[in-house]
Ligand binder design. Structure first.
Ligand SMILES: Nc1ncnc2c1ncn2[C@@H]1O[C@H](COP(=O)(O)OP(=O)(O)OP(=O)(O)O)[C@@H](O)[C@H]1O
Ligand SMILES: [Mg+2]
Length: 354
């Protein structure tokens, strides 16, 4: 039995026909770091709030630890929450903020002290206990919100974009911190983000949501290597996977009517003949050298890596090469693509072919 089970969960507002979430099915194991990722408006927060008990469930069943939770109030769900806006009480000190819920629950002073000590050590807030939120940096405030969730001692923690207000460096640091605390305490975390890097680096598993529908659930590298449709293929990975229209004529792949690649028979036989489909190629799989001539549109030098974009009829392509390369915009480069690295998608359904 899974720790958290979502069975055919649906959400509509005001009995309208339009689904905000449609037939959500997933089992989450105890101690799992489960990431829900998707673009703005895809239904991530709604799903989290339904699990927390802050939004009602239109249809379907939510169970936690084998018990149906649909009609249980939030306090009975063994859950703590961390939001994007930390919602700290501005007039209370860090210590009072962390202990606020415990005081409301009339937990003994001694127990409060113990929980506070552990949470403060985990979040490295020892030197800030008497400060007020406005005296803290964004990252420190975020850690207070995290400490407040930890002292609640709930086995499940729901996090809704908790790092999106932080700068890039602090975000990277907090990613590791949250993961460390989660593993140390054996917490089950459901973590919402629209940032695919966060999803890839933190999650044991990832669920990709788009317009209220699950696109795919899997381990980070499974999603990266085996995306089931174009949406997942382009959502996971940066720069985005390159796409173009193509047809297959016998064993030749013709991209946008211009670039030709010989396919091994094993691949060619899985493709429709003389009928347009879409191909996808990751930026790191455009190789320097070869017989495809491409025009350089722009170049970005990152020091450890070089990003090049090429003009293409439909949408520019990106290449990502490690190290530093002397290339000028406006020039022509020779490129090759290993057919094994090409993804093929149906033009209408956008599902992976073959
Ligand atoms: N009270 C409501 N009534 C009607 N529609 C709503 C309501 N609340 C949210 N929605 C709609 O539900 C959809 C999903 O919203 P949700 O907040 O879950 O998205 P999200 O994935 O969390 O987006 P973001 O990344 O911007 O936070 C949106 O289209 C939104 O307009
Ligand atoms: Mg949201």
């Amino acid at each position: 039995m899974a720790f958290i089970e979502l069975k055919h969960l649906q959400k509509t507002y005001n009995n309208q026909q339009q689904f905000i979430l449609k037939d959500i099915n997933v089992d989450i194991q105890k101690g799992e770091f489960f990431v829900i990722v998707g673009p703005s408006g895809s239904g991530k927060s709604t799903l989290l709030n339904m699990i927390a008990g802050l939004e009602n469930i239109t249809a379907g069943v939510l169970t936690i630890n084998g018990q149906e939770m649909n009609d249980e109030p939030p306090r009975n769900r063994q859950i703590s929450m961390v939001f994007q806006h930390y919602a700290l009480y501005p007039h209370l000190t860090v210590e009072q903020n962390i202990l606020f819920n415990l005081k409301m629950r009339k937990i003994s002073k001694k127990e409060q002290e113990k929980l506070l000590k552990d949470a403060v050590a985990l979040t490295s807030l020892e030197n800030h206990l008497s400060q007020k939120p406005h005296e803290l940096s964004g990252g420190q405030q975020q850690r207070v919100a995290l400490a407040r969730a930890i002292v609640n001692d709930a086995p499940i923690c729901l996090m809704d974009e908790p790092l999106s207000n932080l700068d890039a460096q602090l975000r990277a640091q907090m990613r590791t911190e949250i993961r460390r605390i989660q593993q140390k305490l054996g917490l089950t975390i459901l973590y919402v983000t629209h940032d695919q890097t966060e999803a890839m680096t933190m999650g044991d598993r990832i669920m990709v949501l788009h317009e209220g529908v699950i696109q795919q659930i899997g381990k980070p590298l499974d999603l990266y290597n085996h995306p089931q449709n174009l949406f997942v293929a382009r959502f996971i990975g940066s720069p985005k996977m390159n796409i173009a229209r193509a047809i297959c004529k016998e064993q030749q792949l013709i991209i946008e009517g211009e670039w030709k690649i010989e396919l091994p028979q094993s691949i060619a036989t899985t493709l429709p003949q003389q009928e347009e489909f879409l191909i996808g190629i990751r930026p790191e799989h455009l190789q320097k050298g070869g017989d495809l001539q491409m025009h350089v549109r722009s170049i970005e030098q990152l020091g450890h890596e070089t990003h090049v974009t090429f003009y293409m009829p439909q949408e520019a392509w990106a290449a990502k090469w490690s190290g530093q390369h002397e290339i000028d915009a406006g020039t022509t480069l020779s490129i090759s693509i290993d057919p094994q690295n090409i993804y093929f998608f149906d033009k209408e359904t956008e599902k992976l072919l073959g």
